[in-house]
Design a protein around this ligand. Sequence first.
Ligand code: NAI
Length: 335
Amino acid sequence: MKHTVTLIPGDGIGPEVAHAVQRILDASGAGINWEEVSARPEADRRGSAYLNLDVVDSVKRNRVALKGPIATPVAEGPPSLNVGLRKALELYANLRPVKNLAGVKSVAQNVDLIIVRENTEDLYAGLEHTIVPGVVESLKIITEKASTRIAVYAFEYARKHGRKKIAAVHKANIMKQSDGLFLASCRKVAANFPEIEYREVIVDNACMQLVMNPHQFDVLLLTNLYGDIISDLAAGLVGGLGVVPSGNIGAEVAIFEAVHGTAPDIAGKGIANPTALLMSGIMMLDYMGELDAARRVEQALHAVYREGKHLTRDVGGTVSTDEFSNAVIAELSKS
Ligand code: NAI
């Protein structure tokens, strides 16, 4: 075994898709020793102590994790464990490549976008309070440090991967100070990357432009909330959340996870589609330098989709999670 990777199965369909991906990656010969940990909250409910610290320690030790979705109650209960993990591990960049997968119906073709979302601040700082009954204040935190850090990540990513254009997405016409600071930080960084075309787009217009003509964009650089919303919009262009991966990347460690949630409506039925988590697993193999295994898994996945006989229901097929995984493993054994 060459690598130890933390496996966080998560809730709902999380364990079903996580174990399916684990089986496929094992068949790829990447040599992974899995350290499975639960992300269930700790008993002492204080701030980041909501997080099971074993998870944080395991990811810090292994530097790489594959994670299933974790449920977050709406409008009540403790803060999101997902957000807590990103903060505790300083996973400041959320990277979401959005591409068509041949064999999956989609509203747009030949989409090839890289979404880089700031992952640690903005309205996700979770700073909310009631001023008087009926009036709540929610604080949007934007710092020069985090804005510069995410801009540097996006430009360096673009340079390394031969991407030509970056569009920073904002609402600085209204939030002149916060989004203004984000833009000022992006502009300073852009000046150091003259070979990459830089432009700025207001977020509402960006949504419309993405639907009308996604091909005009290459890399999108966004603050946390706009990034969250726009990455789901972009996923919708290529067939939905079931076929889009993501990586939460920090200076030292990274967690790879699907963009979708726990799908409580289908949990336990054995019909969840592991594709998004498998694609995140491919990103993880690339991150670990297992480029050969990454390409083999990618080709096997594409072959199963091209053939179209072993697809799960959400993408128009009829097979179970296991049958889909077996088909990918059978393809892998051919390479
Ligand atoms: P969801 O993504 O879980 O489900 C939306 C729809 O997509 C459902 O109909 C579901 O059956 C379907 N779906 C999602 N993933 C699928 C898959 N792999 N295969 C087949 N169908 C799939 O979104 P929802 O219902 O808004 O969220 C449920 C829970 O997940 C919430 O508690 C939310 O907080 C959590 N969540 C966690 C995330 C994470 O851990 N990163 C991300 C998004 C949501």
